[in-house]
Ligand binder design. Structure first.
Ligand SMILES: [Cu+2]
Length: 776
């Protein structure tokens, strides 16, 4: 589903909570746990299998499993591709690791982010460092870290022979008529394990809680139009929110003594994922992945080495709800729905095919060495080579006659070394100090637009809107870049008393620009509109002169709790100063310079990435409280509140996609196999916004969700109603609605544009869901 700020019972465990792999020992299997040092890390929130299970029937979007983590919000994207935001920093600004791999969203809309490659049902544990993360789990990021792991391999106990275990599940969601299933099976001996996990999910467009497509500029166009003859969408249907996804993993593992060798083959075959806040839709994504791991336990600690390779073939064009034919014969005011031209050529464009091919190869090694009972040293090195081709074959009209190379032979190479020391100084004091150096090398080859003659050696007449000039500028420039990035983290924890802890820390973190931020070269409106991973509907132009972002963060957590944590209350204030923050400025294609005239406020903009200075501060509050424990069961209250404020210090403008003040109150109930919850989600209206990005205000709202579950020995049933009162609300970080109609324009009012500028993407209306899971 689209992001749903609708919440399930509490996920947030305490900073010291062990992952589920350790809290749920199984009698008949020997489990090789995740790397042990993580369990000792400070400042992290763990989400184990127990907390994930009730969420599974309600979502197919793995990022949404983070929705109850203090400080986390979600940037709306496709139904299975939301982008996590931690303390106002999103997407590439966070380090997201899936089974130890640094996967990269390769398409210019970041439609295939790391978390979209693992189905929620395949997730065993999640660890989130919101804010300050140790350098051992950071790197090339300025915000927090999210570490997602699938199930660790299990082995038979000595003398047990072999074992066979697995799980099968299915779900249905009423809004969008979504359904899917998951299957996992593992066969293991004492030293060998072979496993398969697979999951599939399919959804139609979801419906909002009411009609949201308001008046539009052109009275000739119905707000139900899609630009496709015979295809209309009701006023409450959120266009381009449908998806179908399939993820498979085949695992092999060998264990001998204290040594584990693992191989995982991953395959994703995603036929379509449509985007309500992008002008294009994902119409195919195929990813193949090999992940090899060695883990050895030694007297003095452990050693882990990993090698991985991923190949992505990604295809975009206009999905079912977006106009397909463009050009003279199809765009006139009297033919708003588009008359098929019937032939390809200069006068008429058949869609806009876009291909992204990427290859990621990584190796990493780390050692966790117990220097003494009190001292743990982590040292490691990482290498990653990422290669990208981003090209758009000709389709007619202005997109003709050659292939437009958005990024050709792009390379981004990272080499990193880190060292980290964790020490128990006394019963009261623990500290962690880490230093990380990372070198990022980037390059890209010469390009040309749809008109071929753009190389400097062969000057040609200007093609559509400055393609020739822009390509020549790009090809003549020095495109090879090397960044030397230093990160540092200092964390300390002070135990004041058995009921009070204080954690505090300081970090300096660095992120180099991504390939599109540096190398997307065209100022042409249509090309720029294709480069956008924030969902605001604007067009973006890369900047060869970008420097890496440097963030300086101060944060503390005050943690009051019962000695047994029956109740707890946590407060985390934070402050981040980012120099060379990559924001955007208004840009004029004709002069290739910043805007000098005021630009219309009621249409989308063309922006160029620019280093500026930013500041973010905020506060997370979370807590839980037992209420009563009678014959009617155990009642409790859980609460969460997030506040973030972001500002561009150069312009005084707000930062984009900052979640407004929001809170969540959950009444929980447990009795026997029952585990139930009533959630109240409250979000304040959004009025602090990024003016340069024409960010849209969203009104405040509150939602009620009901969740229930019953667990037997091997069967689990989950059900619930989200948005109980079918309220119409808009997602504050869901971006601008461009989910239907003529999506390739910045204007408010060309013929056929549906809907008008200024419509945020609404959240889902009432949704009834049910899911069942059987383990064997
Ligand atoms: Cu894409």
């Amino acid at each position: 589903m689209q992001i749903k700020p609708l919440i399930v019972a509490l996920l947030a465990a305490s900073a010291q909570a062990a992952p589920a792999a350790e809290t749920a020992p199984e009698l008949d299997v020997v489990r090789v746990t995740a790397p042990r040092p993580d369990t000792r890390s400070l400042f992290a929130t763990s989400i184990g299998a127990e907390a994930i299970a009730p969420l599974l029937p309600a979502t197919s979007d793995t990022a949404s499993l983070l929705r109850d983590v203090p400080g986390v919000s979600l940037q709306g994207a496709g139904g299975v591709s939301s982008l996590p935001i931690i303390h106002g920093l999103a997407d590439d600004r966070l380090r997201v690791k899936v089974d130890g791999m640094d996967l990269i969203a390769s398409c210019p809309n970041h439609m295939n982010p790391a978390l979209s490659y693992i189905d929620p049902t395949q997730v065993e544990s999640i660890k989130v460092w919101a804010g300050i993360s140790p350098v051992s789990v950071g790197g090339d990021s300025i915000g927090g870290s999210i570490v997602v792991n699938s199930a660790a391999p299990v082995f038979a106990k000595p003398g047990q022979g072999s074992l066979l275990k697995g799980e099968v599940g299915t779900f249905y969601r009423s809004n969008g008529n979504a359904y899917g299933g998951n299957l996992s099976a593992a066969y293991a001996t004492e030293s060998f394990n072979v496993s398969y996990t697979g999951a599939t999910a399919k959804s139609d467009n979801y419906k909002a809680g009411g009609n949201f497509k308001g008046a539009i500029y052109n009275p000739n166009v119905s707000p139900t139009a899609t630009g496709r003859i015979g295809h209309t969408l009701p006023l409450d249907e959120v266009g381009s929110t449908a998806y179908e996804t399939r993820n498979h993993t085949l695992g092999l593992a060998f264990k001998g003594g204290n040594h584990l060798v693992e191989a995982k083959l991953g395959y994703q075959d995603l036929p379509y994922q449509l985007y309500p806040n992008q002008r294009m839709d994902m119409l195919d994504n195929e990813a193949r992945r090999l992940n090899l791991r060695y883990l050895g336990q030694f007297d003095r600690g452990q050693f882990e080495a990993r090698a991985y390779h991923e190949k992505v073939d990604h295809f975009m064009d206009f999905g079912a709800d977006k106009r397909y034919w463009y050009g003279m014969a199809s765009g006139g005011p009297t033919a708003p729905n588009g008359i098929p031209c019937g032939q390809l050529g200069p006068g008429c464009a058949a869609g806009m095919p876009m291909y992204t091919d990427s290859k990621t190869t990584g190796i990493s090694a780390r050692a966790d060495i117990n220097l003494s009972q009190q001292d743990l040293l982590r040292v490691g090195g990482e290498y990653q080579m990422y290669k990208l081709d981003d090209f758009w074959p000709p389709s007619g009209s202005n997109m003709w006659p050659h292939t437009f190379w958005n990024i050709r032979n792009g390379k981004r190479e990272r080499r990193a070394l880190f060292g980290e020391w964790e020490k128990k100084i006394s019963l009261q004091w623990q500290m962690l100090a880490g230093l990380r150096y990372e070198q990022v090398n980037m390059d890209a080859d010469t390009v040309h637009g749809y008109n071929l003659n753009t190389f400097p050696t062969n000057p040609a007449p200007a093609g559509p809107a400055n393609q020739t000039r822009d390509a020549a500028n790009f090809n003549n420039a020095d495109r090879s870049k090397t960044d030397h990035n230093w990160d540092m983290t200092l964390l300390a924890k002070y135990t004041v008393s058995p009921t009070q802890d204080i954690e505090f820390g300081f970090a300096r973190k660095t992120r180099s620009p991504n390939l599109h931020e540096r190398y997307a070269w065209s100022t042409w409106q249509m090309a720029a509109l294709m480069v956008n991973w924030v969902g605001d509907g604007n067009g973006y132009i890369g900047n060869l002169n970008l420097k890496p972002e440097k963030a300086y963060t101060l944060s503390a957590t005050f943690d009051w709790h019962a000695a047994d944590r029956a109740w707890e209350f946590k407060a985390t204030p934070y402050y981040t100063h980012v120099t060379d923050y990559i924001d955007a400025v208004c840009w004029v294609a004709t002069t290739n310079a910043p805007c000098t005239m005021p630009v219309p406020t009621n249409q989308f903009a063309i922006l160029k990435f620019m280093n500026q200075s930013a500041r973010i501060h905020g506060l997370d509050l979370s807590g839980k409280l037992p209420l009563s424990n009678t014959g009617f069961g155990e009642f409790g209250l859980k609460g969460l509140l997030n506040y973030t404020y972001g500002k561009n210090r150069d312009t005084g403008d707000g930062l984009y996609n900052i979640m407004p003040l929001n809170a969540k109150l959950t009444l929980t109930h447990k009795l026997g196999g029952w585990d139930n919850a009533v959630e109240l989600v409250m979000v304040k209206g959004k009025d602090k916004r990024s003016e340069v990005r024409k960010e849209i205000d969203t009104p405040g709202y509150s939602l009620v969700n009901l969740r229930g579950s019953y667990a037997w020995q091997r069967v689990r049933l989950d059900f619930g109603i989200e948005n109980l009162f079918d309220k119409l609300y808009y997602l504050p970080t869901g971006g601008a609605y461009v989910g239907q109609g003529t999506t390739m324009t910045t204007q408010q009012s060309p013929p056929g544009t549906v809907p008008a500028w200024g419509t945020p993407v609404p959240g889902p209306g009432r949704n009834i869901y049910v899911g069942v899971n059987v383990s064997f």
